[in-house]
Design a protein around this ligand. Structure first.
Ligand code: ZN
Length: 274
């Protein structure tokens, strides 16, 4: 990918689909990246809504669950993604940030086996992570993000950071706490920030295996072990999602020559790293 004239390109010849929107303001100099979830039914429906004048909302990019990207606003123009917001004493993040929306149902209602979106669509358990939000610690159910979507977000995010020399990446929940929950705890913000900023992992998100531990394709012993199984004792992990006692983890260490392995482990054999 590359950025030319404040537009995103897949390669030298191919710009990503651009869907113009009236929901935008004048020129900005972006300083930050802000991550969101759409809480919508699909990337297409969210893009369409963000083009609708009645929405009075937009974002620079929408990333679908298949990893596809749509651009709505040039990166040097104001998109309307942050609303009432502040960061380090400065208000109105739309005036100095780039906003990325991730296609995601957001927080869900119901109970295991019966999860539903806010608008009543059934969501399969294997799409759901139950996690507390960092601001109120309340346990909620969230739709998990897809790996393809996160991979695109990392690639685009890194490109935006380097192109515009952005200072930091935040969630909408960071800049509008108490008002917004997105992108929520199903989004691996600590590793995402670390990847974009090249900093150490936030320690509160770091775990280590307390024994040699099998890592599997799904949450349960009925799922196959991954080739890197078992992870050695002391392997560093970040938890991406959980289902009961099973945790979906991103392996931060290189194991048997494999980097960035994602799989499921039994949560009893993890300790939070001090
Ligand atoms: Zn948002």
């Amino acid at each position: 990918m590359l950025i030319r004239d404040h537009k995103l390109y897949l390669d030298e010849q191919t710009a990503v689909p651009f869907k113009d929107t009236p929901n935008q303001g004048g020129e900005i100099t972006p300083e930050y990246l802000v991550m969101h979830f759409t809480k919508g039914a699909s990337a297409e429906s969210s893009v369409s809504w963000l083009q609708n004048p009645t929405a009075k909302a937009s974002a620079h990019l929408v990333i679908g669950r298949d990893g596809g990207v749509t651009q709505l606003v040039d990166f040097n123009h104001k998109a309307w993604h942050a609303g009432t917001s502040q960061w380090q004493g400065r208000r109105g993040l739309n005036g100095f940030s780039i906003g990325i929306e991730l296609d995601n149902y957001g927080d869900l209602v119901g109970s295991p086996g019966q999860w539903r979106t806010a608008w009543g669509k059934a969501v399969d358990d294997n799409q759901v992570a139950q996690l507390p939000h960092k601001f109120d610690n309340k346990l909620r159910a969230w739709q998990v993000y897809s790996e393809a979507q996160l991979a695109t977000a990392r690639e685009v995010g890194a490109l935006l950071m380097s192109t515009y020399q952005l200072k930091d990446v935040m969630g909408h929940d960071d800049i509008a706490p108490g008002r917004k929950l997105d992108p929520g705890p199903a989004f691996p913000m600590a590793s995402f920030r670390a990847a974009l900023l090249g900093r150490e992992q936030d320690e509160h998100d770091l775990y280590r295996t307390t024994t040699a531990l099998n890592i599997r394709t799904g949450p349960g012993t009925e799922h196959a072990k991954l080739p890197v199984s078992p992870l050695p004792e002391g392997t560093r992990l970040e938890i991406l999602a959980e289902q009961g006692v099973w945790k979906q983890v991103d392996v931060l260490d290189t194991v048997q020559g494999e980097m960035d392995v994602v799989g499921w482990v039994h949560g009893r054999y993890l300790s939070r790293q001090a």
